[in-house]
Design a protein around this ligand. Structure first.
Ligand code: KIV
Length: 272
């Protein structure tokens, strides 16, 4: 039986911090639409991230940069209509918060008002500190995101592991402490060495949720379409595939195509 069936108490930003205190790991997955969000929520996943990875997964873009604020709001509203328990965090997309804190606040307010999301996530450290504070002052919870930050892919030039060098690792540790002090309720750490991620998780009292950041953090997040194997070309070491839906769906579609062509579908029981 799913966790959600047993207990419908909603997950809040406070309950996530309490989970860290209790040593209970936090589960987080992405969803961009109603049907998927309903399944993820029903399975008792604590946090649903309406990630800007929708740009890749839903729209087929090479990067997360093209997705717009309006598109994020569309995805988030669909997710919100499905959920009964999970906390829904919505990514502020590239270009919606980088220019100045006022713009960041306007974008965050649009997400909260128009989608009904519960919190926003934004990438970056010191450079977005003023924007984070401004959003928090308006009462909107913020999740930080450090390490590999895909919105800056053209600055990095590659999706390889971040913060392997001491200088970058030091800066990441400082940024994590800054995010906690600024008031973020949690931090995502993407694709950094496990030892560094564990050190960061121990240095802050807010939950640290990892993707490709090892087991020493307070929770894990994966892109749902990757973990259920609907995508099949993306194979990073950190990804555990729980299903091979690409193959299963291909087989189902092939079979359907053949059944239609042969006249096997619909049969007598499948018509009025
Ligand atoms: O957009 C996204 O899916 C994310 C996760 C990879 C953390 O930011």
């Amino acid at each position: 039986m799913s966790v959600a069936k047993k207990e419908y108490k909603r997950v809040t930003v406070k309950s996530l911090v309490d989970m860290k205190k209790r040593g209970e790991k936090i589960s987080m997955l992405t969803a961009y639409d109603y049907t998927m969000a309903k399944i993820v929520d029903g399975a008792g996943i604590d946090v649903i991230l309406v990630g800007d990875s929708a740009s890749n997964v839903m729209a087929g873009h090479e990067t997360t940069l093209p997705i717009t604020l309006d598109q994020m709001i569309y995805h988030a509203s669909s997710v919100i209509r499905a959920i009964e328990r999970a906390l829904v965090v919505v990514d502020l997309p590239f270009g919606s918060y980088q220019s100045d804190p006022k713009e960041a606040l306007r974008s965050a307010i649009r997400i909260m008002k128009e989608s009904g999301g519960h919190a926003v996530k934004m990438e970056g450290g010191k450079e977005v500190k003023d924007s984070i504070k401004r959003i928090l002052h308006a009462g909107i919870p913020v999740m930080g995101h450090l390490g590999l930050t895909p919105q800056s892919i053209y600055k990095f030039g590659t999706y390889t592991v971040r913060a392997k060098e001491e200088q970058e690792a030091q800066r990441l540790k400082e940024d994590a402490i800054m995010l906690e002090k600024a008031g973020c309720f949690a931090i995502v750490l993407e694709k950094i060495p496990a030892k560094l991620a564990q050190e960061v998780a121990k240095s802050v009292s807010i939950p640290v949720i990892g993707i490709g950041a090892g087991a020493g953090v307070d929770g894990q997040v994966l892109v749902t379409h990757d973990m259920i194997g609907m995508t099949h070309e993306f194979n990073p070491r950190f990804l555990r595939r729980y299903m091979n839906l690409y193959e299963e769906m291909t087989n189902a579609f092939t079979q359907y195509g053949e059944d239609v062509k042969s006249g096997d579908f619909p049969n007598n029981d499948e018509q009025y």
